[in-house]
Design a protein around this ligand. Structure first.
Ligand code: NAD
Ligand SMILES: O=C(O)C(=O)C[C@@H](O)[C@H](O)[C@H](O)COP(=O)(O)O
Ligand code: ZN
Length: 356
């Protein structure tokens, strides 16, 4: 088992990564929460069916309360958030209780926001079950969606610990592996040219990725995320670089209807778009066609879905959290490993979308 220590301004906490690391939960709970009253597990229907028994075996002495959300982005609605809070209240959670997220990024984002807002904040622990969650379970961005924009209602609220048990990833379908791996590629592009080259040379089939390749990629992704989050917890500066591919990616997710396009697959299209902008506006010399060939081999879509209009995508991008006034800002690359945040005019966006 590997431990990565996350050090933010508001909290320091461990991320345990390894097969079977869920078994360390009881010792952690006993040591860190001697007065623990109740545990509320927030999960989703799919994860509950596949893995909840395994977790309950470990947490048996605490007789946890369970709230089961619908799978995927449907977990990140105001209604589900409200229902989860109702369960917390009806089950008489108090400030000595712990909320535990058991699922992917959607469940994690929901759970974190429940924990952040219940009684103005009670502790929470992340037990992620997707590849994507190497990103979402770390760093404390918690949120639900609004029809007008992704993750628009939320908080910065760090977990007490992350138990990333890689055994739980074995049941992921290929499109979720692909979605999660897009954030691994993003982490490499913004921070680590050697890691990026290694990925491009070694990863050609996401169905056949070895355990060592996967755990190595996830650990490296978490370390890169930590580098940004530890210096800029609340995204006043460099944390925004973790948003490479997300300006267009979030607009695609919202316009397609949340859950109809996976987060990572939308981010990959957004990343290709940002790389093209970087080549055209910053003189980045990046071989886009080679990149597109590689990610096509991995099964990613590489263009904006035909049914989406540029007007509506640009309107959504205007509402992105990185926008200042009406100015849309993109994370671009000067080089692999050297990101920057740059305003891109709507006129340029329109031109680039037209030839994308
Ligand atoms: N907070 C952050 O920093 C951050 C970072 C990246 C993404 N996100 C958010 O995370 C979400 C996407 O994350 P995700 O893809 O993990 O989300 P998810 O929770 O929607 O999981 C994806 C799907 O996989 C299923 N699933 C989960 N674990 C499984 C398992 N072990 N086996 C089989 N199926 C399983 C889920 O039921 C769901 O249908 C988005 O809402 C995105 O905005 C947040
Ligand atoms: O942690 C961050 O910061 C990120 O930007 C990570 C992203 O992968 C993630 O999708 C995040 O939820 C996006 O944040 P948002 O502020 O653009 O909603
Ligand atoms: Zn993301």
């Amino acid at each position: 088992m590997e431990t990565i220590q996350i050090q933010t301004e508001s909290k320091e906490y461990p991320v345990f990564v390894g097969e079977g690391c869920r078994n360390e939960l009881p010792v952690f709970l006993t040591n860190h929460f001697p007065d623990l009253t109740r545990i509320l597990i927030i999960t989703d229907e799919t994860v509950a069916k596949l893995h909840l028994d395994t977790l309950l075996q470990v947490l048996k002495p605490w007789e946890p309360i369970i709230f089961t959300a619908p799978p995927g982005e449907k977990a990140k609605t105001f209604e589900v958030y409200y229902d989860a809070l109702t369960t917390a209240l009806a089950s008489r959670l108090d400030r000595k209780s712990v909320v535990l997220s058991f699922g992917g990024g959607a469940v994690g984002d929901l759970t974190g926001f429940v924990a952040a807002s219940f009684m103005r904040g009670i502790p929470f622990i992340q037990v992620p079950t997707t590849i994507l969650a190497h990103d979402s379970a770390v760093g404390g961005k918690v949120a639900i969606n609004h029809p007008l924009g992704k993750n628009m209602i939320g908080a910065f609220y760090q977990p007490e610990a992350v138990f990333y048990d890689l055994e739980l990833l074995n049941t992921l379908p290929i499109h979720e592996i692909r979605s999660g791996f897009a954030e691994v590629i993003k982490h490499a592009l913004i921070a680590d040219p050697h890691f990026y080259d290694w990925l491009r040379l070694n990863i050609h089939n996401l169905n056949a990725i070895t355990k060592e390749q996967l755990s190595g990629s996830l650990v490296q992704g978490i370390k890169i995320k930590n580098k940004f989050v530890s210096q800029d917890e609340k995204e006043t500066g460099i944390r925004a670089f973790l948003n490479l591919g997300h300006t267009l990616g979030h607009a695609i997710e919202a316009e397609m209807g949340y859950g109809n396009f996976t987060h990572g697959e939308a981010v990959m299209i957004g990343t290709i778009f940002a790389l093209k902008l970087s080549n055209n506006l910053l003189g980045l010399s990046f071989n886009i066609s080679e990149f597109i060939d590689w990610v096509t081999e991995l099964g990613y879509e590489t263009t904006v879905p035909k049914q989406l209009s540029f007007e509506s995508l640009i309107a959504k991008m205007r509402q992105d959290k990185k926008s200042v006034g009406d100015a849309i800002r993109f994370v671009l690359l000067e080089q692999v490993g050297h990101p920057l945040l740059q305003e891109v005019s709507e006129e340029v966006l329109w031109q680039e979308l037209t030839r994308f």
